[in-house]
Design a protein around this ligand. Sequence first.
Ligand code: SF4
Length: 519
Amino acid sequence: MTAGKANLSAAGATPGVTPGPGLVVCAPLLPEARAVRRGIGDGGEVRVSGYGPERARRQAGRLRQDTFGALAIAGTGGGLTGDLTPGDLVVATEVTDGAMATACPSAVLLAGELRRAGLTAAAGPVVSVRRLAGGRERARAVEPGALAVDMESAWLAGAAGGRPVAVVRAISDTPERPLRSPAALAGGLRALRSLRAAGPALTRWAAAAGQRRVLLAGPRSFCAGVERAIEIVEKLLEQQQPPVYVRKQIVHNTHVVADLERRGAVFVDELSEVPDGACVVFSAHGVSPAVREEADRRGLVAVDATCPLVSKVHAEARRFAADGYLVALIGHAGHEEVEGTLGEAPEAMALVETADDVARLSPPDPGKVAYLMQTTLAVDEAEEVAGALRERFPAARAPGSDDICYATTNRQQAVRAVATESDLVLVAGSANSSNSLRLVETAERAGVPAHLIDGPGDIELGWLAGVSTVGISAGASAPPAMVGEIVAALAGLGPVEVAERVTTTESIRFSLPKEVRSP
Ligand code: SF4
């Protein structure tokens, strides 16, 4: 195992600053401070920091002399985009007065926590302006992309001095419901209610703040089969006019699918949704022969992105079935890969998920049983079921080489290695990603709390309280950039030292199908 090391601090951090205990919340006006105080109770000190840039600057000067662990700025604000309505919360990813900016990298964590609390919260830039302007005039005055506007945050946030900082603005008015309109009072009251409701999340955010170590499992993220499948769709999008149809998710990851959708891919559940004669890609998980036959019948141009390691299992299923074996497939019911493999010889195959399923098998000839595995299983669990098969059918034939693929095995080994050194393990991956779920289970079996997250917004702040080392891995279908986003968000809670534990390196590449190969 090899190790690498890097340091990341909260954005704008003064190197060496270690957040101490204690949350200070600055609320510009008394009603805002009251609302926040009711929400956080004894969870922090709430100050009335004063209205407008001058008072904010003076308060920032006082804050610079103070000792505190984390700084939050909470108040009402003006919404700048059409999708915001009074009472919505905006958590600043950055606050700027146009001249200087303070980044708030943990915004995505806090916004996620607020949404889980049932509030409507968005993360994005907030702009502080020097004078009160309402309605469309104000919307024009601030930079494009900003979600909300206020008159204090940029100057107050600068006083954090590298400590964790959060800015939460509850929308009281919008360009459609400007400050001086009859609706403004109702908007203000809704905003104050939201500020109060945001209090518990703010205290959890402050409790999660602190210096910590991040251990990255290596290998993690994309495998060769996933890279190949994505590249096939990308090449088709380059070669022909969108849409490019893809049967099922090309790989089980919401970010990958959303990105390809933006670029013109259309994901369908069944071939019946693809127009006659169109081009359709089969996903990395593979399809049954019945799907191929239907595509042929319909005159569809099928491009096969099935991972070659899944195709290998299909070929084994065909071979064993042709030789008169009952083929027990160890896997999970309903998974697309399992459905595709079972479809190779439905009359000669049986799905076994547990040792109990093995006990229920009734092969016509107990001397002719073979078994195969889904490629993304947990190695130790699959071995338990295989052991039960061998015990009941001593002559059972095993696959020629491991069906659980190299990428699954390597990622499980690596996550086990980081779990032994971590207080918490986070696995990037989507909820329907089998290999990502197995990584969570592998870490849990190593005795560490572990969670599957689709992105940093899924991290519950309560998981982080008191945690000094976080292990991070990513399933074979999760984009590598997602790990960077998770580390950046954690760095918003305090200085982060990043190290990597590499248990093995991978160099496998699969060639592309002829339809998309460069000449
Ligand atoms: S996880 Fe394994 S079987 Fe699945 S696409 Fe990746 S390499 Fe292929």
